[in-house]
Design a binder for this molecule. Sequence first.
Ligand SMILES: NC(=O)c1ccc[n+]([C@@H]2O[C@H](COP(=O)([O-])OP(=O)(O)OC[C@H]3O[C@@H](n4cnc5c(N)ncnc54)[C@H](O)[C@@H]3O)[C@@H](O)[C@H]2O)c1
Length: 273
Amino acid sequence: MNKLLNIGIVGCGAIGSSLAKAIMSDFAQQAELVSLYDSDIEKAYNLANKFSNRKLAALNLDELINKADLVIEATKADSAFDIAKKAISSSRDILIMSVGGLIQHYGELESLAREKKAGIYIPSGAVCGIDGLKAASFGKIKKVTLTTKKPPRAFAGSAFALKKKIRLDAIDKDTVLFEGNALSAIRLFSQNVNVAATLSIAGIGPERTIVRIIASPSAKRNTHEIEIESDAGRIFTKTENVIHPDNPKTSYLAVLSAIATLKQILEPVRIGT
Ligand SMILES: NC(=O)c1ccc[n+]([C@@H]2O[C@H](COP(=O)([O-])OP(=O)(O)OC[C@H]3O[C@@H](n4cnc5c(N)ncnc54)[C@H](O)[C@@H]3O)[C@@H](O)[C@H]2O)c1
């Protein structure tokens, strides 16, 4: 029998919980969920209890890393880099969800991963078009623009709303909150624009990727439009996302995208660029 891939999940919220269930149900032949860690230990125990195995809950990150071949990060932007660095330093592969949190140090992680022979996996997340962008980047790309439209409440707690003292509940028509490069967008809206970070890494970098953020009181879904101008042609995608039932900031497609990435890791056939 082939060896199962041991997977540990850091962050037992909306995404971590969904991925744990998928590993148990969809990938039982290829992988084993060996550890769960959350800075709120009760969340790790609650999730472990759902699988009737309290021993799955780890008391700290080191314990999880020791047990896992692949670490899944599903925490928050300002934790992602430290978790990824620790896992990679121990030559563990890592799948990263809070991509916005590591954009400024991405080069450092990439070099470390080469040195430690570890893999970094970044799912496409809540957008379509990363495949075309990856291919087009072997030619010449002139411009990449992301337009993100969400209900105003989705931006609650962002550095932008807090700094500018914006009353999000008073927004009564589509309002452009921000237009600038991905680096600034990620700094101001770290929990909203992971997509901007993924797009930057796959394409022309965070300084040159343009981001427009719109608060729309009539929006029922989180919508991302991507426009790529390249010498291979013009690519335009629009993704209208259903919101995750357990977290209004998270799109359901982001979870499914991570499950699809796991399938790419675990199975011999890889479809798509
Ligand atoms: N890549 C994408 O397209 C995409 C899409 C949606 C969400 N995300 C990101 O994925 C991450 C998880 O999203 P979610 O909806 O599951 O969030 P969530 O708030 O439901 O869950 C996050 C969990 O992580 C735990 N946590 C926080 N800091 C931690 C730390 N340092 N160590 C261990 N646990 C910690 C929290 O206690 C919580 O249980 C967020 O950063 C979110 O922005 C990415």
